[in-house]
Design a protein around this ligand. Structure first.
Ligand code: GLU
Ligand code: MG
Length: 467
């Protein structure tokens, strides 16, 4: 479980002693440096690193980093809001020791997620990890509800020797094909070994649909740990692949056409150890609260798209009939609806039942995305929102009239549209707080401006190697 208490100057009780012992142990294991990791508003992983001997000092006093990264774009240019993006000021990166991992994929290194705190010891309003902890804490306090989450990871494996920024698939075998599995056998075996050594509970790994594409799914955890894990797993995939001469892309659209890389989110709400998505009187065993939670997600999805698909390239992926779930609809195991209700297999439903949210990609900051998804679901739960009828099949076949009758909406077809929806969504903006909500808008507008005048192929190329 993730510690939900904020870091404090001097360290939380016991932290410094723990870090001192840990750094000695890590040094003995040949760990020379520690990667301090966080994700910016644009969804780019940013880091600082420290020698292992500095861990106790980092836990007590943090490690400095400018707040300007809250308004960095994927191309490293900088926008600003009225409070963020200035060259002034400093923040302290505080490692969360509960989630420190020795990196098997990068010998000599450990990795740890950080919370960002001001020099006065206060929460930094732009810190997305702090935001998610706050949302999770509030859900527990107000509703006695906790969550389990898992983020699927799809990625494309390219030849490291491909010229320039081209993507040349490293495998030729068919989708889900045995050939493709054999072609990447050495690399994926090493990947599974590295993840196991890092304590990552992998559910499955398979060759996916698009050129060079693979997918991994991991066990569900509390939301903060699930977001941390998503960042860690991608770091490991990248590192192991690089050792095999391969280059990987987690971009939503490696090419302008065809199926992209998703980052589907699995989410379930629990109270006192009981899964609210199973054993209830609602449809497919959902409790009334779980149905309302799903209704809240559907209602806010158009605005949520601004945080679940934050890159202009995300809208090359978010097209009908590409399994990305671009309609505000739900169905049991319906893979073209935005929300797929998963019951699990009979006998295992109390553990396995959950909601899968599909219009999410891996350009999303996972802390912001999960926090906003939970806030949206809780809004439905608090207002006892009613879940519309389910759909079956592909909603793309509905004419305008049928879609309207069923309450099925196409999600934003561009980042511009998503930002307009997000601006109108007071609940999501309030959940994020003004500093982070304004940063989301400023960074999205910056990304839109950065690709102005580019055609779809150029947009895909601009983001191909960013995530
Ligand atoms: N690649 C698809 C996406 O972009 C998902 C395929 C699947 O259902 O696993 O969301
Ligand atoms: Mg998939």
């Amino acid at each position: 479980m993730t510690t939900l208490a904020d870091p404090v100057p001097g360290g939380r009780p016991g932290d410094v002693e723990r870090a001192t012992a840990l750094s000695a142990e890590l040094t003995g294991r040949g760990v020379h440096g520690i990667v301090l990791a966080y994700v910016d508003t644009a969804g780019i992983g940013r880091v600082k690193t420290i020698p292992t001997a500095k861990l106790a000092s980092a836990v007590a006093w943090g490690v400095g980093m400018s707040p300007v990264f809250d308004t960095f774009l994927a191309n490293d240019s900088i926008v600003s809001t009225d409070v963020l993006g200035s060259p002034d000021g400093d923040l302290r990166l505080y490692p969360d020791l509960d989630h420190l991992v020795v990196l098997s994929g990068q010998p000599g290194w450990a990795w740890v997620p950080v919370d960002r705190v001001t020099q006065e010891g206060e929460r930094h309003p732009g810190c997305s990890r702090t935001f998610l902890r706050r949302i999770v804490t509030a859900a527990a306090d107000r509703h006695g509800i906790s969550f389990k989450a898992g983020i699927e990871i799809e990625w494309a494996v390219g030849q490291g020797s491909a010229p320039g920024d081209d993507f040349v698939p490293a495998v030729q075998g068919p989708a889900y094909g045995a050939t493709r599995q054999v072609e990447l056998s050495d690399c994926t075996a090493e990947l599974l070994a590295a993840l196991a050594a890092q304590g990552v509970d992998v559910d499955q790994l398979h060759p996916e649909y698009a050129a060079g594409q693979f997918e991994i799914s991991v066990g569900a955890l509390d939301p903060v740990a699930a977001a941390d894990r998503s960042v860690l797993v991608r770091q490991t995939i990248r590192a192991v692949s690089q050792r095999h001469g391969l280059r990987v892309s987690f971009a939503p659209a490696v090419f302008a056409e065809g199926v992209g890389n998703g980052g589907h989110v699995h989410l379930s709400a629990w109270r006192e150890g009981r899964n609210l998505h199973s054993g209830g009187k609602g449809r497919y065993g959902m409790t009334a609260e779980a149905e309302s939670f799903a209704a809240g997600l559907l209602a806010h999805l158009p605005a949520l798209t601004a945080v679940t698909a934050p890159s202009p390239a995300g809208y090359l992926r978010l097209k009908p009939s590409q399994w990305a779930g671009v309609f505000t609809a739900w169905g049991r195991e319906t893979r073209e609806s935005a929300v797929r209700v998963i019951t699990g297999t009979v006998g295992h439903r109390d553990q396995a039942a959950n909601l899968e949210v599909k219009p999410v990609d891996l350009a999303a900051n996972p802390y912001i995305a999960l926090g906003c998804l939970i806030a949206a679901g809780l809004d439905g739960l608090e207002s006892s929102a009613s879940l519309p009828d389910e759909i079956t099949g592909d909603p793309a076949r509905f004419g305008a009239e049928e879609a309207a009758t069923r309450g099925v909406r196409r999600l934003p077809a561009s980042l511009d549209e998503a930002v307009e929806e997000f601006r109108k969504d007071e609940l999501l903006r309030a959940a994020l707080g003004p500093a982070l909500a304004d940063a989301v808008i400023a960074v999205r507008l910056g990304e839109i401006a950065a690709v102005a005048g580019l055609d779809d192929g150029q947009v895909a190329a601009a983001y191909r190697w960013k995530y």
